[in-house]
Write a protein that binds this ligand. Structure first.
Ligand SMILES: Cc1cc2nc3c(=O)[nH]c(=O)nc-3n(C[C@H](O)[C@H](O)[C@H](O)COP(=O)(O)OP(=O)(O)OC[C@H]3O[C@@H](n4cnc5c(N)ncnc54)[C@H](O)[C@@H]3O)c2cc1C
Length: 552
């Protein structure tokens, strides 16, 4: 198997691991015309109902991956039922509860609605989509064993699990999407920082129609988080796998618990606050800990998804962050392999995605465990009902704030250009607003032609020329051509919904993040040239802001 264009390489990118993130990356690369091979250990997706909450942003990825209708059709809970969350105190049926993780609150800032389905269903849809792309060679049932790199490429040994057949593949780049115990990470010498919470968690999957009947009082809810004073901020977490029948539950159990030495039925009854019939389908365990790789890149090897960051599944950040890794790295690898990006562009993957995940841990997941622990220590309805009710009402407002505040952005990125100097960082903490801001996700807007701006964006860079005459964009077209950067220009007159961007020019990256924004009427060609150099990842330009080239 030899790539016809590059005889010394079997493929341009070898992806190790075909879970959701590896599959997403294969599709991203395949659609961009990049030849890739993906090796996945299992022939079939593993039937564990994890990774269920797919955010609006993730559904934008599915739109661009050409798999949105298929994914929505694979949903296991009917659309009319709803996929909201609920937090309760003490037991699931307690009188103290409020709506939780109402992601619909931020829907106006994204092009697509959120979705919910078990991860194995998502993986099936992604496998089917990848199979339609001639650039993607998907190998199921193949385990990656050794990964060795030199200056020009990476050699990987694969073994087929059924036949023990060995295959050697040489790739220009390797991306490890092989989960939290990533061999790619270990063999490429990437260390990780662990924060061990020393908690053993159980994952139960069970059937119970009686629980569906008991929860009829919470219509439209599909996942439930029970706070209990004894658990010090760690949750008892229930979720529907389908409507009316199958459920998952995860919660702390004593260290040393096995499938045989613990009464899981009693634990579930106590957590719900009622007795009900249960038929167990799966009893598994996982360690509650946070792990963040110290680098996402080692030479020609990258890691993405759980291989780069793993954490308790509180708040549904895991698979969604992994998909964003795939989107971020995918266009950069394509740019470098196709020659419209320079090699340093690949370093921006780590520079953007790693701080975002550190912030996801510190500002959201670990923080929520701490906040819940403090609350449970301070307030008890048996002791002071008035104080508890007040604090509980405040928490329900806080839950709204958390959804709005989770807005991952790349303000501090080397592939973003600001109009003034300043100290900026990449973070998961931000705010949802319509105004276009450098480093932030572009909000959708309906254009004068009736289409959404997301339907007009090109696959690479796009310039939104808002209220400008067509000849004003000539300087952009020439500078992009000179820099070799593919550019789509979208003209839109003033007086329509795109006015909410509060800008005349918005330059949008291939992943729908804003690279640069300006309200100036005319743009100097020198600035545009410097800007495109920077967006290619060209380190020879030292200017990092419009101010530094003294323009405009
Ligand atoms: C109980 C539970 C509930 C969760 N709920 C949510 C949720 O609601 N929302 C959310 O966003 N996240 C959730 N998560 C987290 C989410 O499941 C993970 O973030 C997600 O699976 C990460 O995807 P991945 O592709 O990076 O890794 P994985 O899903 O772990 O996929 C890695 C793949 O690599 C393959 N592989 C490993 N080693 C090799 C090798 N050497 N060669 C070939 N193949 C290999 C594996 O077989 C696997 O298919 C949950 C996790 C758990 C445990």
């Amino acid at each position: 198997m030899t790539d016809s264009m590059h005889p010394s390489f079997d493929t341009d990118v070898l992806i190790i691991g075909g879970g959701p993130v590896g599959l997403g990356l294969a599709i991203e690369l395949g659609q961009r015309g990049i030849r890739c091979t993906m090796s996945e250990r299992y022939v079939q997706p593993q039937p564990i109902p994890k990774g269920q909450n797919l955010t609006q942003r993730t559904m934008e990825h599915f739109h661009f991956w050409g798999a949105e209708p298929e994914l929505r059709a694979a949903r296991t809970i009917p659309p009319e039922y709803g996929i909201g969350g609920l937090t309760a105190y003490g037991t699931l049926l307690s009188q103290h509860h409020y709506d939780w993780l109402q992601r619909e609150l931020v829907k106006p800032y994204y092009f697509k609605d959120n979705e919910r389905l078990p991860q194995y269903e998502t993986e099936k849809v992604l496998r089917q989509r990848a199979a339609l792309l001639p650039q993607v060679d998907a190998l199921y049932g193949w385990d990656a064993e050794t990964i060795r790199q030199d200056d020009e490429g990476v050699a990987v040994t694969l073994r087929e699990r059924s036949s023990q057949q060995i295959r050697h593949i040489r790739a220009r780049y390797v991306v490890g999407c092989d989960g939290s115990r990533s061999k790619t990470r270990e063999q490429s010498g990437i260390t990780q920082t662990l924060s061990d919470h020393d908690r053993c968690m159980v994952l139960l999957v069970f059937k119970s129609q009686a629980l569906h009947t008991l929860l009829a009082r919470y219509p439209g809810k599909s996942f439930y988080n029970v706070l209990h004073p004894e658990l010090k901020g760690y949750w008892k977490f229930f979720g529907r796998v389908d409507l009316g029948n199958t459920w998952f539950f995860h919660a702390p159990v004593p260290l040393g618990t096995t499938a045989d030495n613990f009464d899981f039925k009693a634990y579930l009854h106590e957590s719900v606050g009622a007795e009900f019939e249960i038929e167990f389908q799966h009893i598994g365990f996982w360690d509650l800990r946070f792990a963040l790789a110290d680098h996402y890149r080692a030479g020609r090897v990258f890691i993405a998804g759980d291989a780069a960051h793993s954490h308790p599944p509180y708040g549904g950040y895991g698979v969604n962050s992994g998909f964003e890794d795939a989107r971020n790295l995918g266009w950069k690898l394509a740019a470098v392999l196709q020659g419209w990006g320079d090699e340093p562009l690949l370093d921006s993957y780590d520079a953007e995605r790693r701080p975002v995940f550190a912030s996801t841990i510190n500002d959201f997941i670990a923080k929520s465990i701490e906040t819940d622990k403090d609350f449970l220590e301070k307030f008890d309805p048996q002791q002071d009902r008035v104080a508890f009710d007040q604090a509980w009402a405040q928490r329900s407002q806080g839950a709204v704030g958390e959804v709005h505040a989770f807005e991952p952005h790349y303000e501090g990125s080397p592939v973003v250009w600001h109009n003034s100097a300043g100290s900026r960082t990449c973070s998961a903490k931000g705010a949802h607003i319509y105004k276009a801001r450098a480093g932030h996700h572009l909000a959708p807007a309906r254009l004068s032609n009736g289409k959404n701006v997301f339907d007009m964006l090109g696959a690479e860079f796009s310039l939104l020329a808002l209220g400008s005459a067509p000849h004003d964009t000539q300087v952009w077209v020439e500078a992009a051509a000179a820099a070799g950067v593919p550019l789509t220009v979208v003209h839109e007159p003033a007086g329509h919904e795109a006015d909410r961007y509060e800008a005349r020019w918005v330059l949008v990256r291939p992943d729908q993040f804003v690279a640069w924004v300006s309200d100036e009427a005319s743009i100097d060609p020198t600035l545009v040239q410097a800007l495109f150099k920077r967006l290619r990842g060209n380190s020879s330009t030292e200017a990092t802001t419009a101010q530094q080239v003294n323009l405009p």
